[in-house]
Design a protein around this ligand. Structure first.
Ligand code: ADP
Ligand code: MN
Length: 162
């Protein structure tokens, strides 16, 4: 089963995934996979990012997951295109802005991501692509606390009482 941990950049996907990895969950960090295996179609220098080749990413993720029935968590703001179940991390725009500034994102990149969070872009995409979508608010909470919530959702899904 593929669980997508998605959300606007800065909502804490990678931080939470690292915690879950430490607890024994299998995680695929899609950004690393895309960069390490060159699974992109172009480099967007202006926006300092790459444009993922989603067909190749999808087949590579499927290959890595194989017919493993246990949980694999995908760390990516695009994981909702692939996952069976999606957990969307959310952050209040004012706090997200601070996190992205602390990460030294350029002003336009901070603005673009804060706007995307305000407009629920990832949530809307998630419900369009996936039947089962959960939201977790990370505002004013530490990554450990958020990881607890995510783990609880996964356990609930696995035991069938979602
Ligand atoms: P993402 O993978 O969604 O882009 P990261 O996990 O890389 O997000 O986190 C982005 C930044 O926000 C990092 O500097 C991280 O330390 C910080 N951060 C992550 N989760 C939280 C949280 N729950 N509360 C406060 N800061 C956080
Ligand atoms: Mn990340």
């Amino acid at each position: 089963m593929i669980i997508g941990l998605t959300g606007t950049p800065g909502t804490g996907k990678t931080s939470v995934c690292r915690i879950l990895e430490g607890r024994g969950y299998r995680v695929i960090h899609m950004n690393d996979l895309i960069k390490n295996e060159h699974l992109y179609s172009e480099v967007d220098e202006e926006r300092d990012t790459v444009v993922a080749d989603m067909d190749r990413v999808l087949s590579r993720v499927c290959e890595l997951v194989g017919d493993d029935e246990s949980v694999t968590i995908l760390d990516s703001h695009m994981s909702h295109y692939i996952a069976d179940i999606v957990i969307v991390l959310r952050t209040a725009p004012s706090e997200l802005k601070k996190r992205l500034e602390a990460r030294n994102y350029s002003d336009p990149k901070v603005q673009e991501n804060v706007e995307a969070e305000c407009l629920d872009v990832i949530l809307v995409e998630s419900v369009e692509w996936c039947q089962l979508v959960y939201e977790v608010d990370t505002t004013g909470r530490g990554a450990d606390d958020v990881a607890e919530d995510v783990e609880r959702i996964i356990s609930g899904v696995l035991s069938g009482d979602d």
